[in-house]
Ligand binder design. Structure first.
Ligand code: KG4
Ligand code: ZN
Length: 355
């Protein structure tokens, strides 16, 4: 089975062709990602209207490249998948409409993919990981701990009550005068800093429900910077290192608690088959190393997809389409774009409206 996947929910225009292999993994035949980074950087964040327009301008060329690199014509596909949400509605509509049009014109089955489900299933594309497993999703828009029970079967164990982890990195980066997005720049600065110099708060640490709250940490960083202004290079590095250390501690504590919550949510299978990390923040080496230590300590296998499959891409959409189409889960041409689309429909929204 060979499926074209299209991703346009945020600021990456992406298309990929993935084939299902008999050993249960995916084979990526092409994976083209065009980042709109330069379009948004002057504004210090993603501007929805600019994103939608950039997707319109780039998508046909990106799809064309993905098909050419895969060496296939549309008629040789077994299906077309497009992310139908959650995300910025203008961009989602661009990719969803294109996906439907290609499927209709080529007479192929269509799959409307949940972007979060695509992140959740990437560990099966790369490692054929069996269900059930624990997913730590840490991106600019989402911070969640999810029990992945099967395709379309998700139990949210924890979420953020305010900022997403990537958002906290980006907001602190902005306060420190670092370029957008702050995450990679904070990590770079932190390498020269002392993580023990500032004792920033570890919000929610030790709480029995694996939720997150990061606004208090952000406020504490702001107050520290204000007290120390003007911030010298070594202080900047120390703030970055201390902030990153606080985030690492929170992530490890919350993930450990979620492993216990997993056993309560799925009494038949108390141990996850693996711990999977997805989202742009998963590129952070300090976070990756800490998760490796947690995995060694608990004996739960860690699956860390390569960074280019942790951030937004078309291969994960194609793979989610493969998983769904193999189960006969086809979607119609009337499937509408969804700005909000929680994986666990039964879980309440957080106070900020985040899924
Ligand atoms: O998944 P992603 O590419 O896009 C979405 O948010 O959907 O994630 C982007 C986020 C940004 O907040 C960025 O600052 C963060 O991931 N990020 C990092 C690192 N690389 C990217 N955060 C911490 N350390 C990094 N090395
Ligand atoms: Zn994403």
């Amino acid at each position: 089975m060979r499926v074209l996947g299209i991703e346009t929910t945020c600021d990456e225009t992406a298309a990929a062709v993935v084939a299902w292999r008999p050993d249960g993994r995916g084979e990526i035949l092409s994976n083209i990602v065009l980042s709109q980074f330069a379009d948004h950087a002057p504004f210090g964040g993603v501007v929805p209207e600019i994103a939608a327009r950039a997707h319109v301008e780039a998508l046909d060329g990106i799809v064309d490249r993905a098909m050419r690199e895969a060496g296939l014509g549309f008629d040789e596909l077994d299906g077309v998948a497009a992310a139908a949400g959650p995300g910025l509605i203008g961009g989602v509509m661009v990719g969803l409409t294109a996906g439907k049009a290609i499927a209709l014109a080529a007479g192929k089955p269509f799959s409307a993919v949940n972007h979060l489900e695509a992140h959740a299933l990437t560990a099966r594309l790369t490692d054929a990981l069996a269900f059930p497993y624990l997913l730590l999703l840490v991106s600019g828009g989402h911070t969640q701990l999810i029990a992945v029970r099967g395709v379309g079967q998700y139990t949210r164990l924890g979420t953020t009550l305010d900022d997403a982890v990537g958002e906290a990195f980006d907001k602190c980066g902005k306060m420190l005068g670092l370029p957008w997005p702050g995450g990679p720049h904070i990590e770079q600065c932190a390498a020269q800093g002392d993580p023990a110099r500032f004792d920033f708060p570890r919000p929610m640490f030790g709480r029995p429900v694996p939720d997150f709250s990061l606004s208090g940490l952000k406020t504490s960083v702001r107050q520290t910077i204000e007290q120390l202004a003007p911030v010298m290079p070594q202080t900047l590095a120390d703030v970055c290192a201390s902030f990153q250390a606080a985030i690492v501690d929170v992530l490890i504590d919350r993930t450990r608690i979620a492993m216990g919550a997993f056993a309560k949510a799925l009494p038949q299978t108390p141990r996850p088959q693996g711990l999977v990390v997805a989202g742009g923040v998963a590129a952070n080496v300090a976070i990756r190393s800490a998760l490796q230590r947690l995995s060694a300590e608990t004996g739960v296998r860690l699956v860390l997809p390569p960074p280019n499959l942790c951030t937004d891409n078309g291969a994960m959409i194609a793979w989610a389409g493969i998983e769904r189409l193999r189960l006969g889960l086809e979607d119609g041409m009337d499937f509408a774009a969804r700005p909000r689309w929680p994986l666990d429909q039964s879980a309440p929204l957080s106070p900020t409206g985040k899924a």
